[in-house]
Design a protein around this ligand. Structure first.
Ligand SMILES: Cc1cc2nc3c(=O)[nH]c(=O)nc-3n(C[C@H](O)[C@H](O)[C@H](O)COP(=O)(O)OP(=O)(O)OC[C@H]3O[C@@H](n4cnc5c(N)ncnc54)[C@H](O)[C@@H]3O)c2cc1C
Length: 412
């Protein structure tokens, strides 16, 4: 019998295992991951940005946890010699609508307590000669890091504190009783059938979060919908085109930030990601289709509503995914000298986006619990930045018993 079992070896699961061990010295913790390595999905396929927390609804979990996460990530990377750089970020307004939205974002940054500077077109040009716009918001605290390296370093601490990390173990059954939770993984080519029993279970399963919740008997209406984030990268001789991260001004009705230019810690300059509906939760190749995932999308009423509400955006994203010139046009709004030849292939990522039955794309982090388990149901960007504060939040929640009359409906 373990004290705690954590499902999911992404950054949120590993941070949670670490937090459980740090806060409960001597406790037994097992982390169960289905892939053959940690950070195999979202954690290992992202932009590597340490977000500052400017975008988010004040008082939302994202706003509260991202700022603390940015500080923690930077300090942890420094202490552990993990490559990172606080290069700052510019959000560039290219037309009147974006300019209005930029001013609203400026207000929100102040409310969220994040230091920003408003720049006019001339100052933007002076700082970034290859970027044009009507003006920009400069966020000096934004940085870049490798989140897989952070995850590996945290996992090293989990092992050092006596925790067990099990790879190649896809969880296929969860049974909760009044006394404990049993987690089972059936035999596969990667390993034998196994079973773990724990007093408390934490599930951080990213793209499979809804399926794991249903497996545990949690009655949730939402579904995880995969949104592909396709990247390109510039040729090495163009990698120093910009000094900072360059972002567009996002559409506030969508949870995605738009195609941006991001330097990476390994010296590349990436372009992306877009946000196009995926037909496979874990199929990274373009055109990947998984029949179970496809059926889940087609039979979910919330998805039909998303399609109706965001028809134009969805069609534009699909067109830009299929035709490089459309994708290029998005970046040329703020960096006009980019050419089709500059866009070299780079692996895609896939976002786990929770969608409610009424078609709402859930913006905030979403966490639900049963008497003996807690499920992270929506942990999109900036959850890599915010992983440790999310873990602290989860461990705090475990200390408070669920409300007697609604043990499975506590929601943030
Ligand atoms: C394209 C893209 C760009 C992004 N950019 C940024 C960024 O710049 N900055 C930022 O802060 N965030 C960013 N994010 C978001 C960030 O990557 C995620 O929010 C974060 O990685 C979520 O971590 P996680 O541990 O919840 O999920 P994951 O990393 O997806 O981990 C979930 C784990 O659960 C495991 N699992 C699932 N089912 C089972 C099962 N049955 N049994 C055992 N294990 C299971 C999976 O194999 C996986 O390893 C981006 C995401 C994407 C996709």
């Amino acid at each position: 019998m373990y004290d705690f079992c954590v499902i999911g070896g992404g950054i949120v699961g590993v941070a949670t295992a670490h937090e459980l061990l740090s806060r409960n010295p001597g406790a037994s913790v097992v982390l169960v991951e289905k892939a053959d390595r940690l950070g195999a999905h979202q954690t290992g396929h992202n932009s590597g940005v340490i977000h500052s927390g400017i975008y988010y609804e004040p008082d939302s979990l994202k706003a509260r946890l991202c700022r603390a996460g940015a500080r923690w990530t930077t300090e942890f990377a420094r202490e552990h010699g993990i490559e990172h750089r606080i290069c700052g970020k510019l959000l560039v307004a290219t037309d009147a609508v974006e300019h209005e939205r930029m001013l609203a974002l400026h207000e929100r940054s102040i409310t969220n307590g994040v230091r920003v500077e408003l720049l006019d077109a001339a100052e933007l040009r002076r700082r970034e000669p290859h970027v044009t716009g009507l003006g920009a918001l400069f966020v000096p605290g934004t940085g870049i890091v490798d989140y897989r390296a952070i995850t590996e370093a945290l996992a090293g601490r989990v092992r050092a504190l006596g925790g067990t990390v099990v790879l190649d173990a896809p969880v296929t059954a969860i049974t909760e009783t009044d006394e404990h939770v049993t987690v089972e993984s059936t035999a596969s080519t990667a390993g034998p059938a196994r079973r773990w029993t724990a007093r408390t279970l934490v599930v951080c399963a990213g793209l499979q979060a809804d399926r794991m919740a249903r497996l545990a008997g949690l009655d949730i209406g939402l579904r995880i919908v995969p949104f592909r984030g396709e990247y390109y990268q510039l040729p090495p001789e163009r990698a120093d085109l910009v000094n900072t991260l360059i972002y567009p001004i996002p559409d506030p009705s969508l949870p995605f930030l738009g195609v941006h230019l991001s330097p990476t810690v390994d010296g590349a300059l990436t372009v992306g990601p877009n946000a196009v509906l995926g037909l496979s939760r874990e199929g990274y190749r373009k055109g990947s289709v998984d029949l179970r995932d496809l059926r889940d999308i087609l039979t979910f009423p919330g998805m039909r509503r998303v399609a109706r509400t965001h028809l134009r955006t969805g069609a534009r994203e699909l067109r830009n995914s299929l035709f490089k010139r459309g994708y290029l046009a998005e970046c040329r709004k703020y960096c006009p000298e980019l050419t089709v030849g500059d866009l070299r292939p780079r692996p895609a990522g896939i976002r786990a986006q929770a969608v409610l039955p009424d078609g709402t794309l859930v913006h905030d982090f979403l966490i639900e619990r049963t008497p003996r388990s807690i499920h992270v149901l929506n942990a999109p960007s900036p959850a890599a930045t915010s992983a440790v504060p999310i873990a602290r939040y989860i461990v705090d929640r475990l200390r408070t018993p669920p409300t007697p009359n609604s043990p499975d409906s506590e929601q943030d």
